[in-house]
Design a binder for this molecule. Sequence first.
Ligand SMILES: NC(=O)c1ccc[n+]([C@@H]2O[C@H](COP(=O)([O-])OP(=O)(O)OC[C@H]3O[C@@H](n4cnc5c(N)ncnc54)[C@H](O)[C@@H]3O)[C@@H](O)[C@H]2O)c1
Ligand SMILES: [Fe+2]
Length: 383
Amino acid sequence: MANRMVLNETSYIGAGAIASIVDEAKGRGFKKALIVTDKDLVKFNVVSKVTSLLDNNGLAYEVFDHVKANPTVGIVKEGLKVFAECGADYLIAIGGGSPIDTTKAIGIISANPEYADVVSLEGAVNTPNKSVPIFAVPTTAGTAAEVTINYVITDEEKKRKFVCVDPHDIPIVAFVDSDMMSSMPKGLTASTGMDALTHAIEGYTTKAAWELTDTLHLKAIEIIARSLRSAVAGEPKGREDMALGQYVAGMGFSNVGLGIVHAMAHPLGAFYDTPHGIANAVILPYVMEYNAPATGDKFREIARAMGVEGVDGMTQEEYRKAAVEAVKKLSEDVGIPKTLREIGVKEEDLEDLANSAYADACAPGNPKDASVEDILNLYKSIY
Ligand SMILES: NC(=O)c1ccc[n+]([C@@H]2O[C@H](COP(=O)([O-])OP(=O)(O)OC[C@H]3O[C@@H](n4cnc5c(N)ncnc54)[C@H](O)[C@@H]3O)[C@@H](O)[C@H]2O)c1
Ligand SMILES: [Fe+2]
């Protein structure tokens, strides 16, 4: 069987990458952009780094800044209306996963209006047309939404997050610029970085993993493990490495899927608005322990990439433990809470959370099959 690889067309990666927006927009003959972002990014002068470039080069744009974390169907519908009315011919997403995912939904539905209800885009959908062209400018080093074929939207009525998988949503150009991430506070740097580590570890161990994606995921684990602490400390080199590390993880997991860490994290976002990276980081080590028996010798390579020494002399039990411990240590060093109770999860919701996680699009990719009961037991043990 052949393995499919889908990546975005062009990426500029490194400090200062956004300067290339001007030539890319002009070279493609675009007339006007709708910038999709959130209010905090306007307030912290992150968006103005891009708009001043556009202003100085006579490129027209309008700004839609109503996106919120864990973006909803309602926000997508609002953005669709603004896009239809403003006469833009391309979209610029500026933000973390939330604005980029919202942009993908706007771009896909504008090109495929039969999906205007948004919720029918859940799962793997064969939309007939490519999205309206998207330029993606990530401002967090985490989701890699600029290179993935996924987007995640919250159905506010049903209180659930749903994952959409569609190669037609992929941004045509990504500008992965660590200067756009430098204003992230410590906590956000830590949580989004742990999201990226979760992508790399789940992508490496997921059922569909293969040699090419293994290479990407191991490299991503290595880069993230060596640079997340210094990125959290605000060091520019750490930030630049994290921008790359999260992108490399995205190149991989987008093509093979994830597992039950993400399946269990999504309901926390829908129920309590828990930041996505924190939800993943709290759950990750427990699911690693649960999955270990189904991962062959892969935890040896995870431990090695995490910087553990002497892994070749370890027994299977030892290297599996070492991999989990290294992840726990990194999480602790960057200040991630350890239990679900600490992040506001309610014990009486655990059953509903487990049912929702079981139905999540990421669950079937988990290396070890997990029943609703298994997931409930995991939630209980992390509580
Ligand atoms: N598309 C994908 O492949 C994919 C993968 C993983 C997660 N996701 C989704 O992405 C969303 C999470 O995205 P996220 O973790 O990047 O965060 P986010 O986009 O939700 O942003 C969180 C907060 O951080 C702030 N922020 C972002 N960048 C900043 C900066 N440079 N300086 C200061 N503040 C900044 C925002 O204003 C916001 O308040 C979730 O909905 C998650 O499900 C998508
Ligand atoms: Fe994620």
